[in-house]
Design a protein around this ligand. Structure first.
Ligand SMILES: Nc1ncnc2c1ncn2[C@@H]1O[C@H](COP(=O)(O)OP(=O)(O)OP(=O)(O)O)[C@@H](O)[C@H]1O
Ligand SMILES: [Mg+2]
Length: 315
């Protein structure tokens, strides 16, 4: 139809017969169409090689170590685990307030373990028509097994598995079915080693307790807000490639961001850099491109307007 459209007069009531005859569907049309269509259930699945490494993450040293033990060892020394019948955790849940580096850590973990990384966004899976979500879950687990050794990563998992019984009517039974599907897949992973399921959430309280039971997500790690040493490291990481004016002290920046997250620090660095760019371009190349203290001052000012995110129960 697309081929003919330019020749068709839309005002006309009928399409001339000879035009209709000229309209045949050929194999190349089908092939063209295939390129545009993906199987609907796996559209949200990406197998990727992330570009973040441990070095790009400031602080969180003990969490990194725990993850290394729990993920890298079983995947890389499978024979040892098999021989002595050691069961590594099947699922790992990372939680912590927004901006503490959960997504970052998940990506670095995949890269550092050198395994395939299949990442799924919870909300995208759930926005399916009823029945499609269950199929999508089946599909992502199947993809992960085919790509093993692999990490199957569910971001914002609370949206996939919100506590049952909160929503009413047909919605509840839908969630119910999605969770049972998920649990079934997770128990099935036993036979197929080489897949580690990783979930992240900033609302652990909204995650269905059934998912957190033993044999499912049985390693639960909380990412703390960075302490002052970690904040210094995070500033260093984000300013690694930027020319700093000598009066800018990382230790001062760390002190002024007490209680803030890595995400906040990334924001400050990005903002300061943009302000420096603005000054530099205004000077029409007469000045030097430098991040000065005044840029950080304005950036920190901007941060002050952003709320500190607290979870229920946190001070
Ligand atoms: N420990 C860290 N070291 C370096 N950068 C960090 C760290 N934590 C966070 N960041 C920066 O903050 C950004 C946001 O972090 P990330 O997306 O991992 O947070 P999150 O915990 O997944 O948050 P959300 O719950 O909102 O998804 C990262 O892209 C990174 O630039
Ligand atoms: Mg995240």
């Amino acid at each position: 139809l697309r081929e003919l459209l330019p020749e068709i007069d839309m005002e006309m009531e009928d399409i001339p017969y000879d035009r209709l005859l000229a309209m045949d569907v050929r194999m190349d049309h089908f092939l063209e169409a295939f390129k545009e269509v993906e199987p609907s259930a796996i559209r949200e699945v990406f197998v990727e090689v992330p570009d973040v490494s441990w070095r790009d993450i400031g602080g969180l040293d003990d969490i990194k170590e725990e993850l290394r033990d729990a993920v890298q060892w079983p995947l890389q020394h499978r024979d040892l685990f098999d021989k002595y019948e050691i069961t590594p955790p099947k699922g790992i849940m990372l939680h912590g307030v927004s901006g503490t580096g959960k997504t970052l850590l998940a990506r670095a973990l995949a890269r550092e373990s050198g395994v395939n990384f299949i990442s799924v966004k919870g909300p995208a899976l759930m926005s399916k028509y009823v029945g499609e979500s269950e199929r999508a879950i089946r599909d992502v687990f199947r993809t992960a097994k085919q790509a093993s050794p692999s990490i199957l990563y569910f971001d914002e998992i609370e949206s996939l598995a919100p506590v049952r019984g909160r929503d009413s009517g047909s919605g509840a039974s839908f969630t119910e079915r999605v969770i049972s599907q998920f649990l079934a897949e997770m128990s099935g992973i036993e036979e197929l080693k080489g897949v580690v399921v990783l979930g992240t959430t900033n609302r652990l309280d909204l995650v269905d307790p059934a998912l957190l039971a033993a044999g499912r997500f049985d390693l639960i790690l909380e990412l703390p807000r960075p302490d002052s040493a970690a904040r210094e490291r995070i500033f260093e990481i984000h300013l690694r490639k930027k020319p700093l004016s000598p009066e800018v002290r990382i230790s001062t920046l760390a002190r002024l961001t007490d209680g803030r997250t890595g995400g906040d620090i990334a924001f400050v660095c990005r903002k300061a850099a943009m302000l420096a760019v603005r000054d530099y371009l205004k000077s029409e190349n007469n000045g030097e491109f430098l991040l000065e203290w005044k840029h950080f001052e304005s950036a920190l000012e901007g941060l002050r307007e952003l709320p500190v995110i607290c979870r229920p129960g946190e001070g």
